[in-house]
Design a protein around this ligand. Structure first.
Ligand SMILES: O=C(O)C1=C[C@@H](OP(=O)(O)O)[C@@H](O)[C@H](O)C1
Ligand SMILES: C=C(OP(=O)(O)O)C(=O)O
Length: 403
């Protein structure tokens, strides 16, 4: 257990850094595994999840531990399914074994992949014997995780004919699919969309120097800090024209009374007022922003409703349940539904209780702005390393200390 405390800072507006995007890095790692001669990554996200995927690809066979890294598990499943002549067992944390993977396994098997469930049908651990796959058409529901679609897209280049993916239901986290397509195009591959169909084909034939990108998802915690505390800051490392969907934070900021301006490589954030209306957001496309934005609203003393949260129940923890617990702890009244949450709150009050991060990096980061109201006890602050190992060091620049 650690106590997070905040002290008013004097001096210039602080500049915080975001890590490199783990989502972008994870895509390039898969492509580099197919094309080590062509794809050159000059720096890598420090996120533990990215290190986990890198290690898994280097290990190449045998017992492969993917820990809590969901994207790494999904991408590795597709990668090892097409890794001819190699056998592996993919496993992770207990929570990983509760996160579904069935639709991806079904799609890969429909192309001839050899994948077996070790215990529960539809969930890791998996046993995979890599084979050469022809590719062709696959059908897959898109309403559980976009990572399944991205995984298929990333391995299409290793199949003989490429893959024509038919999405059989409305997609969640759609910008991540577009991010995958953009990365494929940057590598010189073809990713063509036609309604629910995505056709991915081609081979990498030229040298690619991988462009680096700061992590927009990580920026949500800093936007929330400004929204709750009213203290300005500047974020270094982001690009307004990123391939990441979470750059939508630029559009969400005004809903929290926060003005964002670009000054060269800095995104400067300043709160002009706390809006008096309720917060209404649909985050179907931006699930990773939910915790920070909801706690930002609660910290501003605003009620609201956020929809599009279906996938939050199957992430590092049941994030809807974790949010309910947090909102209740500060005196709000949350109502969870299957894919949304609404709540009422007036002024948040810090209770004498230990907040739980539920082994979820985004929960720990989202809690940070509550330290504005008093000393905040969190059971596990180290969990941030999954995507942002330097998070608490960056928060020190804002006057936050962890002891
Ligand atoms: O493809 C990716 O890099 C990701 C896709 C999203 O997952 P879902 O598609 O499962 O919502 C997101 O929540 C996750 O953090 C990263
Ligand atoms: C859901 C996340 O990651 P993953 O699915 O890769 O575990 C996340 O980083 O918020």
């Amino acid at each position: 257990m650690k106590t997070v405390s905040w002290k008013e800072q004097a001096g210039d507006v602080p500049i915080v850094n975001v890590p490199l995007s783990k989502s972008v890095a994870n895509r390039w790692l898969i492509l580099r595994a197919f094309y080590p001669e062509h794809i050159h990554m000059h720096s890598l996200s420090g996120a533990h999840d990215t290190a986990i995927l890198q290690r898994a690809l280097e290990q190449g066979s045998g017992e492969i531990n993917l820990g809590p890294a969901g994207t790494a598990m999904r991408f590795s499943t597709a990668y090892f399914a097409v890794a001819r002549g190699r056998s592996c067992r993919l496993f992770g944390t207990d929570r990983m074994h509760q996160r579904p993977i069935g639709p991806l396994v079904d799609a890969l098997r429909s192309m001839g992949a050899d994948i077996e469930y070790e215990s529960i049908h539809g969930y890791p651990p998996l046993r995979i014997v890599g084979k050469h796959l022809r590719g062709g058409q696959v059908y897959i529901p898109a309403d559980m995780s976009s990572q399944f679609i991205s995984a298929l897209m990333l391995v299409a280049t290793a199949t003989q004919d490429g893959i024509l993916i038919h999405r059989t239901s409305r997609g969640v986290s759609q910008p991540y699919v577009e991010m995958t397509a953009e990365v494929l195009r940057q590598a010189g591959l073809h990713a063509e969309f036609d309604g629910p169909r995505i056709h991915v084909h081609g081979k990498v034939t030229k040298r690619v120097d991988v462009p680096i990108e700061g992590d927009w998802s990580a920026a949500a915690a800093f936007l929330a800090w400004v929204a709750v505390t009213g203290k300005p800051l500047a974020i270094h490392g982001l690009s307004p024209k990123s391939v990441q969907g979470d750059k939508v934070l630029q559009e969400f900021a005004p809903q929290f009374g926060v003005v964002g301006t670009w000054d060269g490589a800095l995104w400067k954030l300043e709160r002009t007022h706390i809006p008096t209306d309720d917060v209404h957001l649909d985050l179907l496309d931006y699930p990773d922003l939910a915790q920070s934005l909801i706690i930002a609203a609660v910290g501003q003393g605003r009620s609201g409703k956020v929809s599009g949260l279906r996938t939050l129940r199957i992430k590092e923890t049941d994030r809807i349940a974790a949010l309910v617990e947090t909102i209740e702890a500060v005196g709000g009244e949350p109502t969870p539904l299957s894919s949304s949450i609404y709540w009422s709150v007036s002024k948040p009050v810090l209770p004498n209780t230990v907040f739980k991060s539920h082994e979820d990096h985004r929960m720990a980061m989202a809690l940070a702005p509550l330290s504005f109201f008093g000393n905040l006890d969190i059971d596990d602050v180290g969990v941030v390393a999954k995507s942002f190992p330097e998070f608490w060091l960056e928060m020190e620049k804002l006057g936050v200390s962890v002891s």
